[in-house]
Design a protein around this ligand. Structure first.
Ligand code: NG6
Ligand code: CA
Length: 505
């Protein structure tokens, strides 16, 4: 009997202690401890497109203000020189060349992130965060043969996002609709959506057959279904009421990002704001048309900068700026004509999106992956410039450290102090990917192993960095990768080859 009483007393105490402990973890307490985290991610923005990296003909005052009051990285990298692989690495912390499906995806591709895989939003969710994505997804949806008129799953909501408001792939690929938590917005059961990347639907005009219907002319690749006078990649039928208006997209995503912040400001939140600019088709809102003097590519960069300014105002007005870590970067380097005639080349003038780097989007050369990158956290990160080698792939482990999670993916290096400006030390080396070929940077050396890829993409006029010979560049003296030193420094070459082989194991 006595024992029974003792046992009951013991268990009651344990329950009581646990309750008090749980109380300590109340939402308000979590909020005090953990900062909000926002990624602002642009699409195809070059190192030289922004004012904070040096002279740019495009005025980016909002970005400059954040970068100059934050920590600007001069050696910040995307994992890849195209979108899907970079986004895959950003969210999962896993090198994209380890996943054969991590390549530019059509709008009908199945989800390429495993629902059991570690992701940043999943890791943060486990730590009490509310997680959201607004903007470009491009990591596949569903498990094949998606019915766009029903719930589309798995997608962002199955890999860690509590809320999602996305476009499926790219602005130039069908379906040209917004998808909210797995449902096409404004879907009309009487006008069902059908998507096909091989065959057109009977009677539907295309960019190839109906040039008279186009307000933007295609140069390469974009000659399938016409939406809003713009020819796209892939065929789409139905869904008239659900189609987005390209010129409103920036305002639309901005509004959704602002709404997300206002709705979730009382919990720690993670927002991945994946902007569509300056990817093609470049469709600035009329308020920005002609404002850059550089054609629509410049105009949409002005638009993106404005959106970021408005978004920051929301954080400010909600009194969140001092409790929010902002990370800004781009998914890959710049490109001028990426398949439409839009004056990006013709009106470039003296503007240089590529900065001093060689190559561009799609390239193993540095301009493919060496991107604008800064962190900003008012009152916590001191204004500074860091030369540390960092990559977007490192955010998973670094944020895990920040929030006290033990999530660990070996490709993702924990560099929290580097991202917060408390350490100048970055990663020792990095494997770079471009169209599924790889290169290796160690300190200031870049080694490109021989491959069978083409040297130049003639359509976009970009050198891809491929060669059947070994290439070795010392970017401390030759940032433009002009002189191949492979035969001058055979020992250095050997060293890099060995370490590269170890890294890709
Ligand atoms: C290419 C498209 C290009 C762009 C790119 C993906 C052609 C000729 N080019 O295939 O316009 O959509 O894919 O860009 O079709 S990314 O930034 O999403 O990786
Ligand atoms: Ca991109």
């Amino acid at each position: 009997m006595k024992l029974k009483i003792l046992l009951i007393a013991f268990f009651s105490c344990t329950v009581l202690i646990q309750c008090t402990e749980n109380k300590k973890e109340s939402p308000t307490a979590i909020k005090k401890k953990l900062p909000n985290i926002v990624f602002i991610y642009t699409d195809d923005l070059g190192y030289g497109d922004v004012g904070f990296n040096g002279p740019s003909q495009i005025k980016t005052p909002n970005l400059n203000k954040l970068a100059n009051n934050g920590l600007r990285f001069t050696n910040g990298y995307a994992s890849s020189s195209t979108c899907t692989p970079s986004r895959y690495a950003l969210l999962t912390g896993r090198y994209p060349w380890r996943e054969k499906e991590a390549k530019i995806l059509p709008g009908t591709a199945p989800l390429i992130i495993g629902t059991n895989q570690a992701t940043i939003p999943k890791m943060l969710k486990e730590k009490g965060y509310h997680t959201g994505i607004v903007g470009k997804w491009h990591l596949g949806l569903g498990a094949g043969n998606v019915n766009w008129n029903e719930e589309i799953t798995p997608g962002p909501n199955q890999v860690g996002f509590d809320e999602s408001y996305i476009m499926a792939a790219t602005q130039d690929r069908v379906p040209t609709v917004y998808i909210k938590n797995g449902h096409v917005v404004n879907i009309d059961p009487n006008d069902p959506i059908e998507i096909d990347y091989q065959n057109n639907f009977p009677g539907q005009p295309t960019g190839l057959d109906n040039p008279e219907l186009l307000k933007m002319k295609w140069y390469d690749g974009h000659y399938n279904s016409i939406v809003n006078g713009i020819p796209r990649i892939g065929f789409m039928n139905g869904g008239e009421k659900a189609k987005w208006i390209d010129e409103d997209m920036a305002d639309h995503f901005l509004q959704k990002a602002q709404d997300y912040v206002k709705k979730n400001k009382d919990k720690p939140f993670f927002l991945y704001y994946a902007m569509q600019q300056p990817h093609v088709p470049r469709t600035p809102h009329p308020r920005f048309v002609g404002k850059s003097g550089l054609g629509s590519r410049g105009d949409v960069i002005l638009e993106a900068d404005w959106c970021i300014g408005e978004f920051i105002k929301t954080l400010e007005n909600e009194n969140l700026l001092e409790n929010t870590l902002i990370v800004f970067s781009s998914d890959n380097g710049p490109v001028l004509n990426d398949g439409y005639y839009d004056d990006a080349e013709e009106k470039l003038g003296s503007h240089n999106p590529f900065a001093q780097f060689r190559g561009g989007k799609y390239s193993l050369f540095d301009a493919g992956t060496h991107v604008p990158f800064f962190t900003y956290w008012k009152g916590t990160i001191k204004p500074a410039v860091s030369d540390a080698l960092v990559c977007q792939i490192d955010l998973l482990s670094s944020l895990a450290k920040l929030v006290g999670s033990n999530t660990n993916v070996s490709d993702s290096k924990e560099l929290l102090n580097t991202f917060l400006g408390k350490s100048a030390i970055g990663r020792e080396h990095l494997v770079i990917e471009a169209m599924q070929y790889t290169a290796f940077r160690k300190n200031n050396w870049i080694m490109i192993p021989p491959n069978d890829g083409e040297a130049v993409n003639k359509m976009v006029k970009i050198e891809l960095g491929n060669s059947t010979k070994y290439q070795l560049y010392d970017i401390s003296n030759d940032i433009g990768q002009k002189t191949n030193l492979a035969s001058v420094y055979p020992d250095k070459l050997k060293e890099l080859i060995q370490e590269y082989k170890k890294a890709i194991k």
